[in-house]
Design a protein around this ligand. Structure first.
Ligand code: S3P
Length: 175
């Protein structure tokens, strides 16, 4: 098994909640890239996007995970939904650990994100249209970035965590 567990997936798929609980179950450290970036920026992601723009945010995401190479261990790392958009990032994530894609349906995603005001990409336009468009763009990229895809619709946190543990034990470890 590689030494860290990386969670990727669209906004609202539960990366941060699952990551926190999974890290406690495994006695791993928990880190969340959005949280680390907000700490580094000294402002919210929404404010950072408004001030510096998305491209600069993407650059900072790459910088953050590059710095983990060679230093991160026994950690569950939750990533922002756009992290695997850059091919470079997807490669770095694979080097860092086993990458799990938490997948939720479009309907579930829209229901979870409706009314959200913290995510800059959702602030303009119609939520259904935005989620539909971004999911279509990103699904192939999540597919490429992931070692393991986990359908989360209708599953409890407990079930999701068990599935990750089983995947690590049975599917992803060399026998
Ligand atoms: C983004 C997802 C957000 C955050 C930023 C951009 C995206 O993270 O990094 O708003 O491009 O999908 P969550 O997936 O944790 O919401």
């Amino acid at each position: 098994m590689r030494k860290n567990i990386i969670l990727i997936g669209f906004m609202g798929c539960g990366k941060t909640s699952v990551g926190g609980k999974l890290s406690r179950a495994l006695h791993y450290r928990f880190l969340d890239t959005d949280q680390l970036l907000e700490d580094a920026f000294g402002c919210t992601i929404r404010e950072f996007f408004a001030r510096e723009g998305e491209e600069e945010f993407r650059r900072r995401e790459t910088g953050l995970i590059s710095d983990f190479l060679g230093s991160l261990g026994s950690t569950v790392l939750s990533t922002g939904g756009g992290m695997p958009l850059r091919e470079e990032n997807a490669k770095i994530l694979k080097k860092l650990g086993t990458v799990f894609w938490l997948k939720a349906s479009e309907e579930t995603t829209v229901a979870r994100l409706r009314g959200d005001t913290g995510r800059p990409l959702l602030l303009q336009g119609d939520i259904e249209e935005t989620v539909h468009r971004l999911l279509a763009e990103r699904t192939p990229l999540y597919e490429v970035a992931a070692d393991y895809t986990l359908e989360t619709d209708g599953k409890s946190f407990y079930e999701i965590i068990k599935e990750i543990e089983n995947a690590l034990r049975w599917h992803l470890m060399p026998h």
